[in-house]
Structure formats: structure tokens, C-alpha cells
Write a protein that binds this ligand. Structure first.
Ligand code: ADP
Ligand code: SF4
Length: 704
């Protein structure tokens, strides 16, 4: 039963003409599915509605071909052709009992229009402000462009109503939309009535809000999503300006949705910002309007949510990531099942779906993005089909998730772990600087497993092939993980590098096991390019070592561009005194240092060092798999039907991939084999060919 302390979170909230059933609000968030996988998106949103969110929104929806942010995959409402896909999303949200919100966006300076080839539009002539340096400039909008954009927005509102949306957005946030660019002194240097004073800079926003209101005509609520501080001082939008904006047009929309700075600022990872980080910025704004306000802060704690409402900071608890990690968060609070909440760890793997244009995945929630494709559900799984006994070897993220999900299916499960602790790599990595929230991956699963009578956990139980064949297991899952290699092999070197006798080479495994370099001077070679190289460098620098990080990448921790951490990581390393050498590789390890080479010229150099830390690649821990495979003839006699390795033991990857692989094993055990393409997909529909085709060039006969 619900704790009465949380009753306030379940009060309905009036948003203009519509009513949210409670205060849980899934704010717009991208997902890498969009127009390519609309049914995938529809079912993902449906699960959230089912999980109790009162409002479930789309990501940004491009209103016109001049707002084409390809190659990124969002939604489109360019013309009537887009309406059926948008309607399916709204319908699925309604099926789950939530209000459907649509975030209409004209991306302006942020749309390179690579697909449409239209000229980008902006307050002034400027190069496009995209994530890559597209060699494209936007054109300063004329009055007639402004009139056009207002008309396109009206048409998009009309189509949104047709598609069944209850809340229609006007988007002026994250520096990702034209209305933000007009509002910001950083982008707007116009001298007409749309530039200069704040009144002028917000004119366009006011006009579009008025248009939207008129067009919605009381049939849908109007929401305004706005950046409340660009964090650029007077060079950008300040909170003081936003106070004036709300003072002036505070009653124009039916709801204010506050965001902080750019998307990087708004979706900060747990490594760089705590839950509720935005509170000081949002505080006080609600008092400037009678309309409800929503804001985010990676909220997973109901007490923190209550605090937001009771102290008059927010009316609605906004969430993107917490709703991804646990689509059933509101329901679990409602039923008092707080220990079942799968708390977001703040890693931004979900964000990487957008950046890599692939369907959203989540470290904590392996079913995310698989609701339609594979029919997975975050809270339900089909019952077992036999009384088989499954042994899971290894209690890292893959083994824990497999044991949890198999247990939920009703199988008898034994989970054997050789060490004294559950969690595998996560248990170790969560002790590194900034990664403590990652332990939630382990905590959630250990808690869930503890509730299952049919899952037995054995610590300090190193399994051998004999142990397995001498016991009565029907299926064996090997989730034995991987270890970091010390021979330099990775992306740059595909064969071991020369290492002098007596040189000290450490790996993240040795550092996490407590080993420390023997001297002060450490060279860390990062050819992995995700977070760990940077984190280990930070740890050693904080402990007083003199660290140089070498990487063949153009950036330190280069892949974290996809989790929006790359700039913060560099800043933190600079502040910690780590010397960063990019575009540089390690060529050999000498007894007194390392050989280096520029990745472009090959020019070599030498860096003195007492120790080297290799963060390059991992080797699967597959000795047990090999031993069992060698004895396959004995399986039938032992009653063993299958042996399978998943996660890092099969091929090292992210924690998210390990959790997913463990989950997949549990979903598919003793199920009929999947077809060649093991998931549903939507294939581009062919339209009718044009009536008049350009004639083919006649083939010239060449006479010899
Ligand atoms: P993954 O990310 O794939 O889940 P991890 O490396 O995090 O992999 O976890 C693997 C776990 O398996 C570690 O906790 C390790 O101690 C355990 N392990 C490895 N080999 C054995 C074995 N033979 N018997 C029991 N546990 C094992
Ligand atoms: Fe949270 Fe990471 Fe899941 Fe995103 S991927 S929702 S940040 S746990």
C-alpha cells in the first residue's frame, strides 16, 4: 500500500483543458527510433503510460523540411503523410491511460537539412550549430520567413490534433530550436523588432504561443519548453531574463516545462551531477505564473519528488531517464513497492541511442527499445515451459540479470560466483571516482533475486567442468566476464607490443584490485576510448601520481561524445593535473618509459615513466566454456542440454550490453528458435512511381 507521505504525488493536475491523473510527467526525450521505427516508439511509450505516468510525450517532432536534423532520427510532422505514425504513438499512449504530448520543433540553426537540402533558417547569418561541424550556413530569416514558420507551426498543431495529441509543445529549449535562438543574445543580433531588447527577442516565441493557443482552440493544452539559464552569463539567456519572460507571457501557455542550458547541461550524468541538480535554477519560477510547471532532475527518490512539490518548486515531476530505467516508477510508488524501483544510474547510454541513430537502450532496463521488436516488457516475462534447473556461472551484470529474469519465469536457478561479492565488474567499477551510482545495477538485481525462493546464490563458488557435469543441471549459462589485457592489443595494435623485461604494466583490473604503480610517473594508454581510461587516470592523479594519458583518439574518452560527457571529462582531467596527449599512440614499453608516435606522421618520441597502465581491450574469460566444450560428449549422460556464454564472457562490451544479453538468454530459454531476423521491423513503404520519368539515355551502339 502507498505511504501517505506520497499521496501528494498522486493528486491530479489541471493543464489547461486536460487533466493529468497524477504528477508524474514523462518529458519529451529522444530515442533513436522516431520516424524509422514508429511502432517501436509507440510501444515504448505505451509501456510508460501503463507504468503510471500521467503524461507521456514524444521527442522533438520536426515541423517542416527546413527543420531536418538528419542524420539524427526524431519524428517528423512535415505533412499529412506523417500523421498515421504520430497517431499510432498517441493511440498507444492513450491505451495506457496517459495524456499524449507532442514536442513540435523548428530546429533553425540546429538543422543542417542534410536530407531535405533546404537552407537552414536562423536569426542571423551563422554557421549551423550542430554536433558536427557541418560546412553549412544558416540564412538570416526575413519577415516573410518568420511568417512562413508561424504558418508551418500552425499546420503542425492542426495535424497534432488530428493525430490525437492532448498537449502540444512550443519548444524554446536546449539551443536546439529556432525559438531559443531568437530568445538568446548569443544567437540573435537582429536590429529589427525581433532583436535587441528582451521584449523583441521574445516576440517570436510570444507570437508562436499565441498562434498555437488559437489553433489548439481549447482542444489540447499548450506547453512551452524553455531554457531557464544558458549558463553563459550575460552572453546568453539568464535566469533574470526568464523571470521577465514569465512575468510577461507567463499565462500564455497552459504549462511551463523548464530545462537547463544545453542538452549536455540538462541531462548531466551521475559522474558529473547529483539528483535534483537543477533545483537552484528552477526555484522561484513557479511563483511567477498561475500555470503548472514541470522540470527534471533524474528524480528516482519519492521523498525528493515530494520535496519538489511541497516546497513549491515544481507541480509535475518531470523525468526522461528515470522513466526509461523504470517505466513503472509511478506505479511502484503507488503500490508501496519502493524496493522494486529500478533506479536510473545516470550513465547516458540511453542518450547514445540518439547519437548513434540506433534504438534506445538502457543499462538498467534491458527491455527498453524491445517492447515492440521482441515483445519484451519491463515487469512481465512469460512463464517457464519446463521444470529445468539452470546454473548461472558468474554474478556480474549478465549473470545477475539472467538469474533474476529466469527466476521470474519460474525456473529453478543456481547462481554461482567465485568471488566474495555479487556484481562482477560493476561492483568493482562503482568504487571508482564518480561511478558510485552504478552500483544500482547490482543492488536492484540482488534485491529482486532475494525475493525469489527458486533462485539460490552461492558465493565463493568457483565452478569447474567437473562440478558442472557431476551435478544435475539441465542448462548452464556462463557469464564469467572478461579481463583487461596487458599486451597493448586494442584498436591501434592488433598484435602485442614489445615490452622490456622488468617494465611494470598494470591494467584496470590490477588497479581495481588495489595494486598501485611502483613509481610516481605513470603513462596510461587509452585505446578503449570509453570512460574507464579517463576514470583510472583521474583516480591515480587524485592519489598523487604524475599521470600522462596517451590516446590515439582525437579526444580523451572519445566515445563519450555519445553520452555527452566528453567535454566534462577533459575538464576534470585538466583540473586533476593529468597531461593529455591525443592523436598519439604507444609503440613499446621500455624499462624506463614508453615509446610514442604521432598517429598522423609516425614521428616517434619517448616519455619517461615508472609504470604503464594499459586500457586497450579485454579477453573473454572462457576457460570454463572451453573445458565444457571439450567434454561435450559427456553432456547427455550428465543430463545437460545446453551450455551458452553471454555478456563479456562471449564478447566484451558495455554493462548495458551484458544486462541485455543476460535478459535475452532468460527470455529465449526453451523457446522455439527465432527467425533469421529475430525482431519485428518496419520497412520503408514504397510510394507510387512518378507518372513522368526522365527518359533513360539511349544506349549508343559502338561500331568497331
Ligand atoms: P559480465 O559483464 O558479462 O556480467 P563480469 O566480469 O561483470 O561479466 O562478471 C563475471 C563474474 O563471473 C565475476 O564476478 C567473476 O568473479 C565470475 N566468475 C568467473 N569465472 C567464474 C567461475 N568459473 N565460477 C564462478 N564464477 C566465476
Ligand atoms: Fe539511466 Fe543509464 Fe538507463 Fe539512461 S541508460 S535511463 S542514464 S540507467
Amino acid at each position: 500500500m502507498r505511504d501517505p507521505r506520497y499521496d501528494i504525488l498522486f493528486e491530479p493536475v489541471q493543464i489547461g483543458p486536460v487533466t493529468a491523473r497524477n504528477r508524474f510527467y514523462q518529458v519529451p526525450h529522444c530515442n533513436g527510433m522516431g520516424y524509422r521505427d514508429p511502432s517501436g516508439e509507440a510501444y515504448m511509450r505505451r509501456v510508460k503510460a501503463e507504468g503510471g505516468w500521467a503524461v507521456v510525450c514524444t521527442e522533438q517532432v520536426e515541423i517542416h523540411p527546413t527543420s531536418d536534423i538528419g542524420p539524427f532520427i526524431e519524428l517528423r510532422i512535415w505533412d499529412d503523410q506523417d500523421v498515421p505514425a504520430l497517431a499510432r504513438i498517441a493511440d498507444k499512449i492513450h491505451e495506457g491511460g496517459a495524456l499524449a504530448g507532442i514536442e513540435l520543433a523548428h530546429n533553425g540553426l540546429n538543422s543542417p537539412n542534410l536530407i531535405s537540402r533546404e537552407t537552414p533558417l536562423a536569426p542571423q547569418n551563422l554557421p549551423v550549430a550542430t554536433f558536427s561541424y557541418d560546412p553549412i550556413q544558416a540564412r538570416s530569416m526575413t519577415k516573410s520567413d518568420i511568417a512562413d514558420l508561424r504558418r508551418w507551426h500552425r499546420e503542425a498543431v492542426r495535424r497534432s490534433l488530428q493525430a490525437g495529441y492532448d498537449i502540444v509543445y512550443v519548444y524554446a529549449g536546449h539551443a536546439l530550436g529556432g525559438l531559443h535562438h531568437f530568445l538568446s543574445p548569443r544567437y540573435n543580433n537582429r536590429t529589427d523588432e525581433y532583436g535587441g531588447s528582451l521584449t523583441n527577442r521574445m516576440r517570436f516565441l510570444r507570437e508562436v504561443l499565441e498562434d498555437t493557443r488559437e489553433e489548439a482552440d481549447g482542444k489540447a493544452a499548450v506547453a512551452c519548453r524553455i531554457t531557464i539559464d544558458e549558463l553563459l552569463g550575460d552572453a546568453g539567456i539568464t535566469k533574470a531574463e526568464i523571470e521577465d519572460v514569465i512575468g510577461s507571457i507567463g499565462e500564455h501557455p497552459d504549462l511551463w516545462d523548464f530545462v537547463l542550458g544545453s542538452w549536455e547541461d540538462d541531462s548531466v550524468t551521475s559522474r558529473f551531477g547529483p539528483e535534483g541538480e537543477q533545483e537552484p535554477y528552477v526555484r522561484g519560477l513557479k511563483q511567477l505564473t498561475t500555470k503548472p510547471v514541470v522540470g527534471v532532475g533524474r528524480f528516482t527518490s519519492p521523498d525528493m519528488m515530494v520535496h519538489q512539490v511541497k516546497s513549491g518548486i515544481l507541480d509535475l515531476i518531470g523525468a526522461a531517464r528515470p522513466s526509461i530505467a523504470d517505466p513503472f516508477l509511478p506505479r511502484k510508488i503507488e503500490t508501496g513497492d519502493l524496493e522494486d524501483i529500478r533506479e536510473c544510474i545516470g550513465c547516458n547510454i540511453c542518450v547514445s541511442g540518439d547519437f548513434t541513430m540506433s534504438p534506445i537502450r538502457c543499462t538498467q532496463n534491458p527491455t527498453m527499445g524491445e517492447e515492440f521488436r521482441r515483445g519484451w516488457h519491463p515487469e512481465r516475462i512469460r512463464p517457464k515451459t519446463s521444470d529445468s534447473h539452470v546454473l548461472v556461472v558468474g554474478a556480474g551484470p549478465a549473470g545477475l540479470e539472467a538469474a533474476r529474469a529466469l527466476g521470474n519465469r519460474g525456473y529453478t536457478v543456481s547462481l554461482a560466483e567465485s568471488s566474495r561479492a555479487l556484481g562482477g565488474r560493476v561492483e568493482r567499477e562503482a568504487k571508482l571516482p564518480g561511478l558510485s551510482a552504478w552500483i544500482r545495477v547490482v543492488d536492484y538485481r540482488v534485491q529482486q533475486i532475494a525475493k525469489l525462493d527458486n533462485v539460490d546464490v552461492f558465493l565463493q563458488s568457483e565452478m569447474t567442468a567437473d562440478d558442472i557435469l557431476d551435478n544435475d543441471f539441465d542448462h548452464v549459462l556462463l557469464a564469467t566476464g572478461a579481463h583487461w589485457r596487458a599486451d597493448g592489443v586494442g584498436r591501434w595494435h592488433t598484435h602485442p607490443i614489445d615490452t622490456a623485461d622488468g617494465a611494470e604494466v598494470l591494467t584496470p583490473d590490477s588497479i581495481m584490485a588495489g595494486v598501485r604503480p611502483r613509481g610516481r610517473r605513470v603513462v596510461l594508454f587509452d585505446d578503449d576510448h570509453y570512460y574507464l581510461g579517463g576514470v583510472v587516470a583521474e583516480l591515480l592523479a587524485k592519489e598523487g601520481f604524475d599521470v600522462t594519458l596517451l590516446t590515439p583518439g582525437a579526444h580523451v574518452s572519445e566515445w563519450t561524445v555519445n553520452t555527452m560527457e566528453v567535454a566534462r571529462i577533459r575538464k576534470r582531467l585538466i583540473r586533476a593535473g593529468v597531461a593529455c596527449r591525443t592523436n598519439t599512440t604507444l609503440t613499446r614499453v621500455d624499462s624506463d618509459g614508453v615509446g610514442t608516435a604521432c598517429v598522423f606522421t609516425g614521428d616517434d618520441g619517448h616519455l619517461p615513466a615508472d609504470s604503464v597502465v594499459m586500457v586497450t581491450a579485454r579477453m573473454p574469460e572462457n576457460r570454463l566454456l572451453d573445458a565444457l566444450t571439450a567434454r561435450q560428449n559427456g553432456w547427455a549422460q550428465a543430463g545437460l542440454k545446453s551450455v551458452k556464454a553471454v555478456g563479456d564472457a562471449w564478447a566484451p562490451s558495455t554493462i548495458a550490453a551484458a544486462v541485455w544479453a543476460g535478459h535475452r538468454y532468460a527470455e529465449e530459454l526453451e523457446e522455439p528458435p527465432a527467425p533469421v531476423v529475430p525482431f519485428r521491423r518496419e520497412v520503408t513503404e514504397l510510394v507510387a512511381e512518378p507518372d513522368k520519368l526522365l527518359p533513360l539515355t539511349p544506349i549508343q551502339t559502338v561500331r568497331s
